[in-house]
Design a protein around this ligand. Structure first.
Ligand code: PLP
Length: 303
């Protein structure tokens, strides 16, 4: 079972002045099941384990560098529950041990099925087949975004998040921003920094959130998982200045775009902004492996 943290998740001040920026360190919840993934799994796995199925088994979906795959595998290891990852990309099967995320997930006991990118798009069909094959299994959607995930995200909001004007988060599949939007105070504006181009995203968030208090701003900087030299530099500078690690896929892009917006005068003077550090730090090692192979500058963070 996942439990509520015993201590408050820290909120750290990053920037003073006309506009103040704070960062809530959701990445500190747990060393291996961290950030928003902890909260998105919270009700999903707890409801499932409460049903006391005889042989629990958790199946989920993801790409080669997926934080969600990493956290589900870690969860399985910690709670001794077998897990399986449906992985996008058949070509990975032969050499998945070279991929740090998949290798660690494998070491944590996760089994894999690799599917072609075309088949992967039809997750409904895959899910239906899996349900027949494993009737007792918990099947968690890609990124863990479903209504139970949205409910879990309410724990990211506390007494201490109420007196901020803006709540910011990085957006992938949209479950996290949906939860923040749903449980924000009436006067709070929610901004999602999208790292993937997906025209159906806004509609999906609206359905999960049921509220209209959010807006989306692009922060993809060349595409999902693309790591520019600019992002690497920003993350390294941020680490030097604040001693806070950011990941290159989500939180680094969010903070870089957020700083740009402040520079551009997007926020009225006096605004108090809270950004959620949603974790994802397991991705740094894999990113550095790719960068090293291309002789590019790496992320200089040792965790
Ligand atoms: C998965 C993830 C997100 C995106 O969350 P969604 O609920 O899929 O939008 C943001 N940040 C990090 C670090 C993540 O791992």
């Amino acid at each position: 079972m996942l439990t509520l943290p015993k201590t408050e998740i820290p909120i750290q001040k990053i920037k003073s002045g006309d506009v103040e920026i704070f960062l809530k360190r959701e990445d500190l919840i747990h060393p291996d099941i961290s950030g928003n993934k902890y909260w998105k799994l919270f009700y999903n796995v707890n409801h499932y384990l409460n049903q006391k199925v005889e042989k629990p088994f958790i199946i989920t979906f993801g790409g080669a560098f997926s934080n969600h795959i990493a956290t589900v595998a870690a969860f399985g290891k910690i709670f001794s529950i077998p897990t399986m990852g449906i992985i996008r990309g058949e070509e990975l099967e032969a050499r998945f041990l070279e991929n740090i995320t998949l290798r660690k997930a494998h070491e944590n006991g996760m089994s894999f099925r690799f599917v072609s990118r075309t088949d992967y798009r039809d997750k409904g069909a895959i899910t239906e087949k899996l349900r027949k094959e494993f009737p007792e299994a918990l099947i968690v959607p890609e990124g863990g975004s479903n209504p139970q995930a949205v409910e879990g995200v309410k724990f990211m909001l506390t007494e201490h998040t109420k007196d901020f004007d803006y709540l910011c988060t990085a957006v992938g599949t949209g479950g996290s921003i949906a939860g923040i939007s749903k449980y924000a105070e009436g006067n709070q504006k929610v901004i999602g920094f999208t790292v993937v181009r997906d025209v159906s995203l806004e509609q999906r968030i609206r359905e999960l959130s049921t509220k209209n208090n959010f807006s989306l701003i692009e922060a993809d900087y060349g595409g999902y998982g693309k790591i520019s030299d600019e992002i690497v530099r920003f993350i390294n500078d941020f680490w030097k200045q604040y001693n806070i690690p950011l990941d290159p896929v989500y939180t680094g892009k969010m903070m870089m775009r957020l700083f740009q917006l402040v520079e551009e005068g997007f926020f009225p003077a006096g605004s108090r902004i809270l950004a959620f550090h949603t974790g994802g730090l397991q991705g740094i090692e894999g990113a550095n492996q790719l960068l090293r192979n291309k002789n590019r500058n790496t992320i200089e963070i040792r965790l």
